[in-house]
Design a protein around this ligand. Structure first.
Ligand SMILES: Nc1ncnc2c1ncn2[C@@H]1O[C@H](COP(=O)(O)OP(=O)(O)OP(=O)(O)O)[C@@H](O)[C@H]1O
Ligand SMILES: [Mg+2]
Length: 292
């Protein structure tokens, strides 16, 4: 419970943050730099972490947050997120009275924790508007539901992740200007991606890890939407099929898993004949006939 004036707020629970961040330490350092205070008059920045789906945006935010050793909260944004969901929700209590429940965001503000607004560009402008004062020098929100102003603890930190896919809203310019800087989680280099695969699927044999890393590297070069997450899922499924006795050969298990995870069109790409969207790009200097 936390009291603001006459209003009692029930707080949300922090999330466990078991995630590690492998490779590309500069991305982790960039998030932490945003949250560093240079002197008493300084303010933390709220970076927006952008990139294609499945490349590590949420993982990066979680890993950075975990390294601060404060409670971490994640608010999963969607197109139905209302300002009261973001801030304070009224709930009918057992005695018939109204109890006020602080969101993950407001709980982080009160507890001096970190909040990750995940997939934030799925929210509408109305919800964003309620956050404008939080992400500038004012550092507070106004809850219409609880009828109070809620100031952020000095240790409060935030970041947002945003997906490049199409099922999202355009974020209003005045909000974008408060979510700075932009940190891009782009495709990792092959060796970094191999390390990520190995870290996440440590029980997969080395040759399967290496073939999957090669496949992803080629896919990234062709700007295909195959992600690190796809690679992890392919490896997990291939190893599970082997464990269940459905496949014995490593390569056969991988091909079957690729079919199931990415669709059979990925085979055309993997064998170098064509990309799923048409013939392989001849102008980018890549070898169309590369065999994986
Ligand atoms: N650098 C990394 N270190 C460890 N694991 C990683 C790293 N990058 C990606 N992963 C793993 O890849 C998977 C996808 O990452 P994540 O969920 O963070 O992607 P995302 O960019 O947030 O995707 P989406 O846009 O769909 O939300 C996770 O299983 C995560 O553990
Ligand atoms: Mg994510």
């Amino acid at each position: 419970m936390h009291r603001i004036g006459s209003v009692e707020l029930a707080l949300a629970e922090p999330v466990p943050t078991p995630t590690g961040w492998v490779g590309r330490p500069e991305l982790l350092e960039a998030v932490l730099a945003c949250w560093t205070m240079v002197d008493k008059t300084d303010q933390p920045l709220t970076p927006r972490i952008v990139g294609r789906p499945g490349m590590g945006k949420t993982t990066l935010a979680q890993a950075a947050a975990a390294s601060l050793n404060v409670p971490v909260y994640i608010f999963q944004c969607n197109m139905d997120t209302r300002p009261e969901d973001l801030l304070v929700l009224p709930v009918i209590a057992e005695n018939g009275r109204i109890a006020y429940h602080a969101s993950a965001l407001v709980t982080a503000m009160l507890e001096g924790g970190v909040v990750i607004l995940d997939e934030a560009n799925r929210m509408s402008e109305k919800s964003w508007a309620s956050l404008a004062p939080l992400f500038d020098a004012r550092r507070y929100v106004e809850s219409a539901v609880a009828g109070c102003r809620i100031p952020a603890h000095a240790d409060f930190r935030a970041c947002v992740t945003m997906n490049d896919d199409s099922s999202t809203f355009e974020v209003p310019e005045y909000i974008v200007s408060r979510l700075q800087p932009q940190l891009e989680v782009d495709y990792p280099e092959r060796d970094a991606e191999l390390a990520i695969l190995r870290w996440n699927v440590s029980f997969a044999p080395e040759d399967m890890l290496s073939i999957t890393a090669d496949f992803l590297e080629a896919a990234h070069r062709h700007q295909l939407n195959y992600s690190t997450r796809d690679g992890i899922n392919i490896l997990r499924y291939a190893v599970k099929m082997q464990k269940a006795g459905l496949e014995t050969d490593n390569m056969a298990a991988l091909v079957r898993a690729m079919d199931a995870v990415l669709g059979p069109q990925c085979r055309d790409f993997a064998s170098g004949t064509q990309t799923p969207d048409g013939p392989a790009d001849e102008e980018d200097g890549t070898d169309e006939n590369e065999e994986l």
